[in-house]
Design a protein around this ligand. Sequence first.
Ligand SMILES: Nc1ncnc2c1ncn2[C@@H]1O[C@H](COP(=O)(O)OP(=O)(O)OP(=O)(O)O)[C@@H](O)[C@H]1O
Length: 236
Amino acid sequence: MSLLPMVATGASVRRQGKVLIGPVDLRLDGQGVTIVIGPNGAGKTSLLKMLHGIVRLRTGSVSWNCPVEEARERQAFVFQQPVMMRRSVVDNVAYPLRLIGVPRRAARAEALEWVKRIGLEAAADRSANVLSGGERQKLALARALIRKPEVLFLDEPCASLDGRATREIEALLQDAVAAGTRLVMSTHNLGQALRLANEIILVARGQIQEHRSAGDFFAGPETPEGRAFLRGDIVE
Ligand SMILES: Nc1ncnc2c1ncn2[C@@H]1O[C@H](COP(=O)(O)OP(=O)(O)OP(=O)(O)O)[C@@H](O)[C@H]1O
């Protein structure tokens, strides 16, 4: 049974008396890439974490087409600043498989395939802590994809990466989409949104302001924030 649709109903997250995001009513279905845009502090990260189920809801619900514990197993999250474990590159990538009981040798063999795919073969047995920012992001992505998640959340995976690293990450993401993974990803990068998005969610002031197909959004955003983003202006 498919993990989707995901339905959020009146879902909100609050911290220290402040609503970080919500109330959100949102349905996520189908295939492809949902890009979440919006200014700093708008609530993009909070939205992704809320949908993934790693922050406590103040109100409402987020439900999947299966029990919530199972839903958690079938999705993954790549953080803006991924944490590297004090292990080798290949062991970092193998870790999610070890967690579900895949024997060491088999997990390592599969992880090595991913390490090759992300171009880190020469660094496979080096400590993951010495990797560059772009290499860390690729490792984090491989570590998320190795269990073939049906839905993958990514929080600005290309922030502060150069063009080449961004292109490599986007190629991995496009392969994942072709293999059937549904992506929900935040970005500040207009070009990236144009290249990847099937639909756009615009967040501002802790609320979803627009949720439309990429075609409709890029043809004419309905909000001042959407228009500013499209002009390449600074959005506040
Ligand atoms: N644990 C917390 N306690 C209190 N406030 C928080 C907490 N986490 C986030 N916030 C605040 O909630 C707001 C939304 O934060 P969030 O990280 O979701 O925004 P964002 O759109 O992802 O921003 P950015 O583009 O800068 O990453 C911000 O004002 C942030 O300071």
